[in-house]
Design a protein around this ligand. Sequence first.
Ligand code: PHE
Length: 357
Amino acid sequence: MDDLKAKYLGQIADAGDEDALEAIRLAAVGKKGEVALKMRELGKMTPEERQVAGPALNALKDEINSALTAKKTALGDAALDERLRSEWLDVTLPARDRRQGSIHPVSQASEELTAIFAELGFSVAEGPRIETDWHNFDALNIPSHHPARAEMDTFYLHRVAGDNRPPNVLRTHTSPVQIRSMELQGAPIRIICPGGVYRADYDQTHTPMFHQVEGLAIDKDISMANLKWVLEEFVKAYFEVDGVELRFRASHFPFTEPSAEVDIRCSWEGGQLKIGEGDDWMEILGSGMVHPKVIAAGGIDPEVYQGFAFGIGIDRLAMLKYGIPDLRAFFDSDLRWLRHYGFAALDMPNLHGGLSR
Ligand code: PHE
């Protein structure tokens, strides 16, 4: 046993990376490792021998395991140190050759879509990113225990001590601004609200913070046909190209009835994201006729007024228009990326001058 111990502790100390460490782990304490084989021999021993050898083998196994863990941590620390040594930017360097910052693609897309909706008669409304449970859910016809709450991967804030109300949330969508705007302005109303929203989700097309633009139009004679026309006009103007193909899909949201989701035809071929070709569809928005309960929650009479609402993913619009395949890059704050995809600060998008030229 002393030989085994010396052998494996020596190997662990010499291991150069995690792969080597894993190989040692398997050979030593893996299911078919040397320690396991020794344990199997316990069966052939006398009870007296076993009483000594059993605990000793277990102790050996523990010792090897803790040496493995310690070494793994040390290797991880060393790798991090090496990264910190080799990857760095001197943030104190004067910006000699370029004195001007650039506009982030998400900001650019927000400016562009605001210009388009302004032309269509929508004004810009705002709401807080820390939202009450009522505005984010109940008022939108999502009572507690509704499955839609679980699907949203909500970030909850700490409750203030002694306060019995449900905790505030980071808004999971811009839809609470529908309620706030109705409360504030009454009907008729035509607003959009671009802004940040939060959900605990992270992959190529999802980040924990992302952006939506909410739209709300309430009046006495608004129909689904108006919704479809507005969305189509918007998409045509935004993408500045012919041949953008849309797909309206019947869907469900607690706050609209009927509801539709809209996808855009795209292709991911060769790691490139392209719009208007290919066999893939990217979902960019949810929409529908505002549920009477939601209109009532906003303080407006649903017997008199009706309307439509939509929520568009701004980051995805930017990905599609500028061919950016991975959403996570938007939030890396990599200066080289920002310079490549960024827009000139003084180039304000408007429909007459051209949105993105
Ligand atoms: N709030 C919905 C979402 O985040 C989108 C939506 C907005 C759907 C307005 C319908 C009407 O998924």
